[in-house]
Design a protein around this ligand. Structure first.
Ligand code: BGC
Length: 741
């Protein structure tokens, strides 16, 4: 079936006037559809894989699924479908179903497709929105060339509890950074020919799960919801995200998948979102498990009326919507509205003209230029936490290096997944570069590198520590590759404690006891609480899950081919018991003296200082940046006006490096207690040794808005502090007054 208006203009989601004006064809199509066909357009399934079905798990046999497609009972398939399966399914839809409406092919394209880029949290550490846009674009091009149309990304959930495993999929703890990355990723996925429709997920407050336990209830104030958790979604919607996915959790007792206040009140009525709302995987059916709906029929009705247009995997909409409409429990107009949105999405993706887009050519390989991008992204994601005595960078020759740890060499009985991290569903054939491989490729004489595993991820290895200690003794420097496996973060992978497994800690203690200089290469999907020899190592690099080019990128940084430039998108606490932990906490009533508005006002635990071990925004380089001469253009910011905040940044180190200069503010007195600091802007700056630059930020009075007593944004005159800073707890401070109107 071909609809009148052609495919893609500048973007896959060009909700242009032209496209909207031409929706007459969609109306004509809608008029021809039966109730069941309409419900079918709202029914998304994972592809069937074999001859067997399992109704309890919603697994359909191939024969059943093909019958569904022929009957127009399926709108699309997600994940797992290879090209041939997609082609066959599309043929059935287009050629054998009564109306010939093409299928949508969706997938979790989270951090790359064939080419695996760093996990989103790692990439957030680059604080580089242009990079995030380019990797999203590259992933979209590869996925679209394989016949996919729609990605279930970006995840824009704020994560302030490091126990929560899904923090690895997002942008960390900060609202501004998350908003900017959400927009960049949406733009990247959706821009240009051959992009994908994108999905902001999981709406809403999924990251606020109590205790950091995945799927748990989120019980948070409407103020925090609006001030912290919703803004990245709004940003994604403003950037044109084609879809929004619900979350599994309830928010203060109302499951998100049936939360009319959020899905219709906020998303549609306030933000005017006109794309598709899709449930998370069987989230409609889970209303029964939540104890919110008595049965599938009620679950479908509540979800649909709350504002969820499309049901993922449960089949409940297909099963119940026709009868609910016939029985008058669901207005026919609501059904038409949801179907219209789905058809519009298909039309804007060009599916009516090109249903076989990406399915006609043979399966594409990863693009070589994306491999270069993967290395760039990985290098920029590495964060140098500590570099005592300038141990790094290391020379490429003349040093005996021992690389020790469970993540030293995946080629040696490890798992490639531990280089990729979670949500890598479609990796290409090229093997990812392990640390050992990357170092060997970089060293003048690869035989100067000794590699020893020393320990499993969670279990000691027989004789492992002895072998590691003997290798360390014979080396000039030890690189300890420690951390979390891919299995330890991601969906349903929350941790009760965020320390390193005991076996690895024991390995680190034994190696450090040799007295050799130690560089820790941390692999992680979250902030960790570092202890003992790991915390005290001479140098510490956070390498997250960096993807295909892990080893090369880490070697680039270790040997100084590039200066590290990453900054923490999540605070690293002193102790596991401090979580949830984030820098932008509110001031309390019992500040510690001195009463300096710029100091951390929070009370403390008996055992630990309350400061972060490494705060949000922290990251060292091989340069040495001095911040000087903070200047405000005026001591008063006029109401509705702007203020320039300037500082001079000088690289007094001996190497060129990139600094991320951050702008924070604090509101001294307000009608609602305010955070000790909030990030308002940042800028990246590359400076040669000895070079200086003036960095100038513009603060608008609108930047000082917060969610007031009535839950509406408000700006209040008064005194503010402002910092130009290298992290959330340092920097130069000045103050200004926001004038009354
Ligand atoms: C996850 C979503 C994902 C979906 C489809 C769910 O379990 O929460 O993020 O998009 O599965 O794979």
């Amino acid at each position: 079936m071909a609809l009148g208006v052609t495919a893609l203009c500048c973007s896959v989601w060009c909700a242009s006037a032209a496209a909207a004006a031409d929706d007459a064809d969609i109306e004509a199509l809608l008029a021809r559809m039966t109730l069941e066909e309409k419900a079918g357009q709202l029914n998304l399934y994972a592809p069937a894989s074999g001859a067997l079905s399992n109704p309890a798990l919603h697994i359909r046999s191939l024969a059943e699924q093909e019958a569904d497609i022929r009957a127009g009972r399926v709108t699309g398939l997600f994940n797992g479908a290879g090209q041939a399966a997609k082609r066959r399914a599309q043929q059935l839809a287009v050629r054998e179903s009564r109306l010939g409406i093409p299928l949508l092919f969706a997938a979790d394209v989270i951090h790359g497709f064939r080419t695996v880029f760093p996990v989103p949290l790692a990439e957030a550490a680059s604080w580089d929105t242009d990079l995030a846009e380019r990797t999203a674009r590259a992933a979209a091009l590869e996925a679209a060339a394989d016949g996919f149309h729609w990605t279930f990304a970006p995840m824009v959930d704020i994560a302030r509890d490091a126990r929560w495993g899904r923090g690895v999929e997002g942008a960390g703890e900060d609202v501004l950074l998350a908003r900017r990355l959400a927009q960049a990723r949406v733009r990247g996925f959706q821009s240009g020919e051959g992009g994908l429709a994108s999905t902001a997920k999981h709406f809403a407050a999924y990251g606020a799960a109590e205790g950091g336990l995945d799927y748990n209830s989120a019980d948070l104030s409407p103020r925090t919801l609006r001030e912290v958790y919703l803004p990245p979604f709004k940003a994604a919607v403003e950037a044109g995200a084609a879809a929004v996915m619900t979350s599994f959790n309830d928010v203060a007792g109302i499951p998100s998948n049936a939360n009319r206040e959020l899905l219709t009140g906020v998303l549609r009525d306030e933000w005017r979102f006109d794309g598709v709302v899709v449930s998370d995987y069987t989230a409609d059916e889970e209303l029964i498990a939540h104890g919110f709906a008595a049965d599938g029929r009620e679950a479908a009705r509540l979800s649909f009326l709350a504002g969820v247009d499309m049901s993922m995997q449960s089949g409940l909409y297909l099963l119940h919507l026709p009868a609910l409409v016939q029985g008058g429990e669901v207005p026919a107009a609501r059904l038409d509205e949801a179907v219209r949105r789905v058809l519009r999405l298909k039309k804007r993706l060009g599916l009516f003209e090109q249903p076989f887009r990406g399915l006609e050519a043979p399966e594409p390989a990863a693009r070589p230029e994306h491999r270069t991008l993967a290395r760039e992204a990985a290098r920029k994601s590495v964060v140098l936490l500590r570099n005592q005595g300038g141990l790094l960078p290391l020379p490429k020759a003349g040093l005996r290096i021992a690389l020790i740890g469970p993540f030293a060499d995946e080629a040696d009985g490890g798992s490639a997944a531990d280089l990729f991290g979670p949500w890598t569903l479609f990796p290409g054939r090229a093997a990812p570069v392990s640390l050992a491989q990357g170092l060997r490729d970089a060293l003048s004489d690869p035989s100067t590198l000794k590699v020893v595993k020393g320990s499993g991820v969670n279990e000691p290895l027989p004789g492992g520590i002895a072998a590691a200690v003997s290798a360390a003794r014979r080396a000039d420097v030890v690189l300890l590759a420690l951390g979390e496996s891919a299995q330890m973060s991601g969906e349903a992978r929350s941790r009760a404690g965020i320390t390193l497994p005991a076996a690895q800690q024991a390995l680190a203690e034994a190696v450090a006891a040799t007295g050799k200089p130690v560089v820790v290469l941390l692999r992680n999907g979250r902030a960790l609480a570092l202890e003992g020899a790991v915390r005290d190592a001479q140098a510490l690099l956070v390498t997250w899950f960096l993807g295909l080019e892990t080893g090369h990128a880490v070697a680039d940084v270790l040997f100084g081919d590039v200066s590290p430039s990453g900054r923490l998108p999540v605070s690293f606490p002193q102790a596991a018991g401090q979580v949830p932990y984030h820098y932008a906490h509110r001031r309390t009533g019992r500040p510690l003296p001195p009463q300096d508005p710029g100091s951390d006002f929070k009370t403390r635990y008996i055992e630990t200082p309350n400061e972060a071990l490494y705060p949000f925004g922290h990251g060292l380089t091989y340069g040495r940046f001095d911040y000087e001469a903070l200047q405000l253009s005026h001591p008063r910011l006029p109401w509705g006006g702007t203020l320039q905040v300037k500082a001079r940044i000088t690289n007094r180190g001996a190497r060129e490096a990139e600094e991320t200069v951050q702008l924070y503010v604090h509101d001294r007195v307000a009608s609602v207690t305010r955070p000790v600091r909030e990030l308002k802007d940042f800028r990246k700056l590359r400076l040669a040794p000895g070079a200086s630059a003036e960095v100038e930020f513009t603060l608008r009075s609108a930047d000082l808005a917060f969610i007031g007593r009535d839950l509406q944004p408000v700006v209040e005159p008064g005194l503010f502090d402002v910092w130009v800073a290298p992290s959330a707890t340092q920097g130069l401070r000045a103050s200004f007054e926001l004038a009354a109107p």
